[in-house]
Design a protein around this ligand. Structure first.
Ligand code: BES
Ligand code: MN
Ligand code: ZN
Length: 515
């Protein structure tokens, strides 16, 4: 008796997943270790000194196995070391023991490492239902709500497999049920709260991954618009407006339209307004949604060109964030704008040297049709003015130069407002979805000078991510603005290529904390 048992999350639902795929259910529970029955148990143990009370209790439950494993050197003491046990005890078929490295509070960095070990191993094992006992895991400056949030997010993250166009995939996890448990009854509400926010976040992240992973022949601008409409269906707090080519012509979006000129796929400007609270000024997020970037007439080289299907990952992150806010019924006012188009070469495509007029009235000489991200974003950023925004953040796989500068760990951050930049940097640090600030000095602006228009769309190879940001800065003078270049962080290249879902966590954290 006195055991709290509550299901806080019904079914995981993604934009597209194969009908054969299993979904995971999450529960939290406050009970003693012995009371939770599942086929797998996970426990955290400190092995640095003498076994603490909790570890001793586990050791007793496994007839002294833990002490023997440590003594024989089979289980290392450092954080993240682990071993699978198959105790004869009938309460569970297997036990995943994870070392914390310290009997006192462990660092957040170690905690993230441990959580990753748990998420990966459970999803790779034959486990169907797992109970994760949090008693032995105490994290410096972080409470059990954080632990529950982070674990739930990472477990869902590790559970995702891309199956939509590969239903034959063999490596689907068997995991269908997770219980987070703690023996301290006062922890129940903390676990539940963390689980709810953690799963809402994971949903947004996995939707962003799925949209990113979908091929360009499925995930078109029209498809992205449909995803936005589907999310708004039946939700009074969310309204969606889709602007088509004719609407954009009327608004004078000559820059955005010039990118779509070579493609048979019609461009879309997707505008979503989520009013979780009826405040004045919304925070606006703007995503680059190039559903395939062939480069246009400035055609990209062949090798690796397939990865330019990921050139809509900014848009995917925006849709992911909106899904998370809706799932959480978040009390925030957010406007999301997606500039969606396909960048292709053809007889109707824009040519190097062509001059177009943007919605702002500024003219642009297009010297390189492969610098198309800034061309779609500038008109979306001008459109954002009508919301009298508190802040505007654009998210874009904008430049290869940013990948050279920062690699795959940090997104590039540029801003005309240091207060906003600091908030985004902090949100990135807090969620481990980190950004690094780059300069946006006027000195870089002259690279965009041309005799034939107000600006050129490229500024040369040097400092390429900065001149791209400088271009956008010319369209964002009327509000606090920041630009996240996610070219290096939005997806992983190579054999294991796939979208990462970044920076959904950063953005969600920022929006929830700055309503
Ligand atoms: N989508 C690309 C940027 C990109 C390239 C992201 C590689 C990730 C990996 C963008 O549209 C682009 O082509 N940028 C050009 C700009 C250049 C022409 C000034 C680039 O980075 O080469
Ligand atoms: Mn390009
Ligand atoms: Zn691009």
């Amino acid at each position: 008796m006195g055991v709290s048992f509550n299901q806080v999350h019904d079914k995981y639902a993604c934009v597209r997943r194969s009908p054969t795929e299993k979904t995971m259910e999450f529960f939290c529970k406050t009970a003693d270790f012995n009371q939770v029955k599942n086929d797998t148990a996970v426990a955290f143990v400190s092995l640095d000194k003498q076994l603490d009370a909790w570890t001793q209790q586990l050791d007793d439950a496994c007839q002294g196995d833990i002490a023997r494993l440590v003594k024989n050197g089979d289980l290392k003491t450092e954080a993240g070391s682990y071993i699978w046990l198959h105790p004869s005890d009938k309460k569970f078929a297997r036990l995943l023991l994870v070392a914390t490295g310290n009997s006192q509070a462990i660092s957040e960095k170690d905690a993230r490492k441990i959580i990753e070990v748990v998420a990966k191993n459970l999803n790779a094992s034959a486990t169907q239902s797992a109970a994760i006992h949090l008693d032995g895991l105490n994290v410096e400056n972080r409470n059990s709500e954080w632990l529950s949030h982070t674990l739930s997010t990472q477990l869902e993250y590790a559970n995702y497999r891309y199956t939509t166009t590969k239903p034959s995939i063999k490596s689907l996890p068997s995991l269908t049920k997770i219980t987070l448990s703690h023996s301290d009854k006062t922890e129940f509400n903390n676990l539940k709260k963390g689980m709810e926010s953690g799963l809402a976040l994971a949903k947004g992240i996995n939707i962003a991954r799925e949209l990113g992973n979908l091929p360009g022949n499925i995930c078109t601008p029209t498809y992205l618009a449909e995803q936005a409409q589907a999310l708004a269906e039946g939700n009074k707090k969310l309204t969606v407006k889709i602007l088509n080519t004719a609407d954009m012509k009327k608004l004078g979006m000559g820059s955005l339209l010039s990118v779509a000129a070579g493609s048979n796929e019609p461009p879309k400007l997707i505008v979503m307004e989520y009013k979780g609270k009826t405040t004045k000024a919304p925070n606006v997020i703007v995503g680059k949604g190039i559903t395939f970037d062939a480069g246009g007439i400035s055609l990209k080289p062949g090798p690796g060109m397939d990865e330019m299907k990921f050139d809509m990952c900014g848009a995917a992150s925006v849709l992911g964030v909106m899904n998370t806010l809706v799932a959480q019924n978040a009390p925030v006012h957010v406007v999301a704008i997606i500039a969606a188009a396909e960048n292709m070469p053809s007889g109707t495509a824009t040519k190097p040297g062509d001059v177009v007029t943007s919605m702002s009235g500024q003219t642009i000489e297009i010297l390189n049709t492969d610098a198309e991200g800034r061309l779609v974003l500038c008109d979306a950023l001008t459109y954002a003015e009508r919301f009298k925004p508190k802040s505007v953040v654009d998210i874009a796989t904008l430049t290869g130069a940013c990948v050279i500068a920062l690699g795959n760990h940090a997104s590039g951050l540029f801003s005309n407002n240091q207060e906003l930049a600091d908030k985004l940097l902090a949100a990135g640090t807090d969620t481990h979805d980190r950004a690094w600030q780059m300069p946006l000095w006027d000195d870089y602006q002259k690279g965009l000078d041309t005799p034939f228009a107000d600006m050129a769309n490229v500024g040369g190879r040097e400092g390429g991510s900065i001149t791209a940001a400088c271009f956008l800065a010319r369209y964002t003078k009327k509000y606090p603005w920041a630009h996240l270049d996610i070219a290096g962080t939005a997806w992983q290249s190579g054999a294991n290529r796939g979208a990462s879902g970044r920076p959904v966590a950063l953005l969600t954290h920022y929006l929830l904390n700055n309503a």
